[in-house]
Structure formats: C-alpha cells, structure tokens
Design a protein. Sequence first.
Lengths: 114, 115
Amino acid sequence: ETGVTQSPTHLIKTRGQQVTLRCSSQSGHNTVSWYQQALGQGPQFIFQYYREEENGRGNFPPRFSGLQFPNYSSELNVNALELDDSALYLCASILLDAHGYGYTFGSGTRLTVV
Amino acid sequence: ILNVEQSPQSLHVQEGDSTNFTCSFPSSNFYALHWYRWETAKSPEALFVMTLNGDEKKKGRISATLNTKEGYSYLYIKGSQPEDSATYLCAFIPPRGSTLGRLYFGRGTQLTVWP
C-alpha cells in the first residue's frame, strides 16, 4: 500500500468531547509522528511512535494521547476538547535510511471544536 | 525551543517570473533540512532533503541551497508557473539527542503565480 491515509478528513466536535483521529502507515515504515497546525502557524510536533511505543513528545498536555498498532497504523486521541484544539492534524510515517529521514504525510484531518 | 523562520510569508508573482524564499534555522545544531511543497487539501510533498553544508539540489525548475554555518537555506523557482502555486514549508531536524527525526517547521511561504 502506498501513501498515508487519514480519517476522517473533517469533523466538528463540541468543547469537552473526545475525538479519535486515524492514520494508515506507508508500507515498511515503522515510525509515525503527529503534528498540529493551528491557523497561521507551522505544524507543531505532538508525539512520535516507534514500534508501538511513544518515543518522543512535544509540548502538548496528557489529554493528547496516541496508539500505534502492530501494522504500524496509528491513532491520535484528544480528551476534553478545547476551542484551541481546532486545527489541522497531520500524521506522517517515517523511514530512516541511508538518505536520512523520509517522511510521507497524510493530507490531514481538519478538526473544529465549537 | 528551536526557531525556524521563513520569509516572505506570502508572495505573488506573474507566470514566467523567477522567485526565491528563505528558511533560517539554528546554525549551531544541525542534522538535516527538509523542503516541502503543500497544495491546499493535499499532503505535503517532499521536495528536498538537505544534509551537507554547501548542498545544492535541483528538481526540474526548483532548486535549493544550504548554508549550515550561517543557518539558512534558499529555495528557487525558475520561470514560475500557475501550478507552482502552493505553500512551501521548510523543516529543520536537529542532531540525535532530541526525538529522532522530529521536524521543526517554519510557518511557510505561500506562493501564488498569476497567469
């Protein structure tokens, strides 16, 4: 399977609710990372998973959590949604080879919290 | 906090014009720099991975240079076409010790090419 697929593409949630975003993996890539892009900002690192374990985290609170599955697909979960969580969420599967880190991004999930 | 700056924030050019944008990053701490092209509602597409000071890479009409000593990279587009309209993002990777492969993005340069 080529490419990274994210679902859903858009969703609207109410403040206080919980949301789960999903991401497939590029074949052969065992690392996935998630980024949040708020309006007018560059993408910000949320966390990274390698072989089903979190191996790095950005400046995001614990209500942002994730999972990586044996097939290397991934989920991002956000609890107790706040208005400021409205953003585009990107996932990327990563391959480290002789050329360095190769990132394959999905097209993102646009989350709106009202 | 690692700061990656891109300029200009937006750029409007006529078809056929050549253009360039800048990405600046911390010069004291370097592993790699990535350039991405990102069209609305699509995935960011990798253009270049740059790792060595003095690197120059080319892909069709697009090229990039890297100066790690002074902490900047330039992206050039020769003879811009309307299909080049997109946001161009640069992303910096510091050396191992931080989260391996973590990208620090700039805010991007939004390019619009008018026919």
